[in-house]
Design a protein around this ligand. Structure first.
Ligand code: FEO
Ligand code: CA
Ligand code: CA
Ligand code: CA
Length: 591
């Protein structure tokens, strides 16, 4: 069943109220059920999930990982007796050690045993699972040869300008072409050619460098100087970038430089090695957003760097999509091209600034700033520094982006920024501090995503009643109300019909008290500014990651780091999980 051409005005469901229940709430006429929860085995004869952290590290490696984030749907041909079949790829951002381990708490000094470290490494990464919807409308896992776990210990290739560079040579890969594992995978992306991009966000904290001085490619990203966040370095020397007198455990001074990248995974090819695409830049990646493919146009991908006062980037490939006979990228599309960073000017226009050592404007900016880069690999390993040098606009923590399938406009969430001071505001980041966040949007010149100039405005200033407003500065400006007040927008996605979905990641007191309730998901009409709350998550969770079936009648939404006893209830430990949302009448979501 394809989406009908005219599916009518959406959102058309009844908005739900905020709440602090330990359940998933959806509007009347809809249902939500859990699927692919943390710890479920990848195969029906695999190790069953055990409550109280009782699964071993070896079992965790055969189960769905922890802390679900980005999720995407990769269709397969349906077989007899079923309506739809697909691969689900999703990433697992981090772990909550007291929930993961049987002791329920850590040693007082925060240290870990080798078994704990092995389990934490196995709970990170990506899960790929084949699923099907039976003729009875039930979604279930399939024992498929494509089912796969990728973890913080999976071999990965480096590609693009940084491959083979001195800055990424390690004991694991003396020629600088490979690394082990991916960590802190947040956001994600689906390429127009059907691969999954998973993102390395807060990777720096997984390493430690106890040298008196850290190199700029570690200091600028906050690699810790005393202890790594999870102490993995105590069992796995590759997480310790400290200079060592003897080389008995190997030289891993450069290993942090092999993290901070976007990782491409082909979900249809279970033996394919994941590839870290260095041309897309090194930062706290959050999401990879592709405009639709167009013949003869380059591949474009947008990505945000989620930290206070960091930047929004886009990569434009050198070579265009080709018809061969399907629309395909040139083979080197994600390896050869130009990385740009955004400058939002106060007059509502903006410019993409090249981070390219061969570009005269970049050379002049670097010289003026007194910063030297040896080559393009050095620029990319130090992407944040390169963006500082060209005078990009410091944003309020860029999270996900989304491209409107009907207009081509690009929307980006700016989740919040406690570090912006009142004197430091600009038109694109107008509140200092910014506890609630906002959503910015732009139209590229000539509606060409590879353009170097754009026009932008703010779509919504998130916040409580009196603090939030939709379409500020326009004739349609309106305050947020009980149906849509929200804060800290994070996940963002346009469905195939042009409805914009907004997911929130409030934390601390914003989550625990006040008007917003638990984290939530809203649906928005980008033209009218109609925004309605569609889903409220369980206690303590973040709502993140969303995809749908091609017919738009099933939504997959991720619930991350719940803190009550959802979804199992009673005394059970909480589990991150996907939820499947459908309409009782089988209708299109949002109607
Ligand atoms: Fe992992 Fe920026 O959220
Ligand atoms: Ca996020
Ligand atoms: Ca967030
Ligand atoms: Ca998160």
């Amino acid at each position: 069943k394809a989406i009908p051409r005219n599916i009518g005005a959406r959102p058309a469901f009844q908005a739900i109220a905020v709440n602090r229940l330990d359940t998933v709430s959806v509007p009347p006429g809809y249902s939500a059920r859990t699927f692919l929860a943390w710890g479920e085995p990848l195969f029906s004869d695999g190790p069953a999930y055990l409550d109280a952290g009782l699964n071993t590290a070896q079992e965790q490696a055969q189960q769905i990982g922890a802390h679900h984030d980005g999720i995407h749907y990769f269709p397969l041909r349906a077989q007899t007796g079923e309506r739809q079949r697909a691969l689900i790829a999703m990433n697992h951002e981090y772990i909550d050690a007291p929930v993961l381990h049987p002791a329920g708490s850590l040693a007082e000094d925060g240290s870990r045993t080798p078994e704990q470290i092995a389990k934490e490494i196995a709970a990170h990464g990506v899960s790929i699972v084949e699923v099907r919807e039976t003729d009875d409308g039930v979604w279930e896992q399939v024992d498929s040869k494509r089912n796969r776990r990728i973890t913080a210990a999976t071999p990965m290739e480096l590609s693009g300008p940084v491959r083979g560079h001195a800055l990424v040579k390690t004991a694991y890969s003396p020629d600088g072409t490979a690394t082990l594992g991916t960590v802190n995978n947040c956001g994600s992306g689906r390429t127009p050619w059907g691969t999954y991009l998973t993102t390395e966000e807060n990777w720096a904290g997984y390493f430690v460098n106890r040298d008196a001085e850290r190199p700029r490619e570690q200091a600028r990203y906050g690699v810790p100087t005393v202890n790594s966040n999870y102490r993995w370095d105590s069992a796995e020397p590759r997480f310790d970038a400290t200079t060592k007198a003897d080389d008995a455990t190997g030289d891993y001074r450069n290993n942090p430089n092999t993290f901070g990248w976007m990782v491409e995974i082909d979900p249809y090819a279970p033996a394919a090695i994941p590839v870290k695409r260095t041309a897309l830049g090194r930062f706290g990646h959050e999401g990879a957003i592709f405009p639709p493919a167009r013949v003869s146009a380059p591949v474009v991908v947008y990505s945000g760097d989620d930290a206070n006062n960091e930047y929004i980037y886009k990569f434009v490939s050198k070579r265009a999509y080709v018809l061969t006979p399907l629309l395909r990228p040139a083979p080197d599309a994600l390896d050869v091209g130009t990385l740009y960073v955004a400058r939002f000017d106060d007059d509502g226009t903006g410019q993409w600034l090249a981070l390219d050592i061969a570009d005269p404007a970049f050379q002049a900016a670097a010289a003026a700033a007194g910063v030297e880069f040896a080559d393009q690999a050095d620029v990319l390993v130090n992407t944040r520094l390169a963006a500082d040098v060209v005078g990009a606009t410091k944003m309020d923590r860029p999270e996900w982006g989304a491209v409107d399938p009907l207009t081509g406009m690009v929307y980006f969430t700016l989740t919040n920024n406690s570090a912006r001071v009142a004197e430091g505001v600009d038109a694109a980041n107008p509140r200092g501090p910014n506890p609630f966040g906002h959503i910015i949007r732009w139209r590229e010149d000539g509606d060409r995503h590879e353009a170097l100039r754009f026009a932008w405005d703010i779509y919504v200033l998130s916040g409580a009643e009196g603090a939030g407003v939709v379409l500020p500065g326009t004739a349609d400006e309106r305050p947020l109300d009980a149906d849509n007040l929200h804060a800290s927008p994070d996940g963002l996605w346009f469905d195939q019909g042009g409805l914009l979905w907004i997911q929130t990641d409030m934390s601390g007191s914003q989550l625990g008290e006040g008007p917003f309730g638990n984290n939530q998901m809203l649906a928005a009409d980008p033209v009218t500014g109609d925004i309605r709350r569609f889903l409220v998550g369980p206690v303590g969770c973040e709502v993140t990651g969303i995809c749908s079936t091609p017919d738009l009648r099933t939504l997959f939404v991720n619930i991350q780091h719940p803190t009550g006893s959802w979804p199992d209830g009673g005394d059970a430990r909480p589990r991150s999980s996907t939820v499947i949302v459908t309409k009782h009448d089988g209708g299109i979501i949002g109607t």
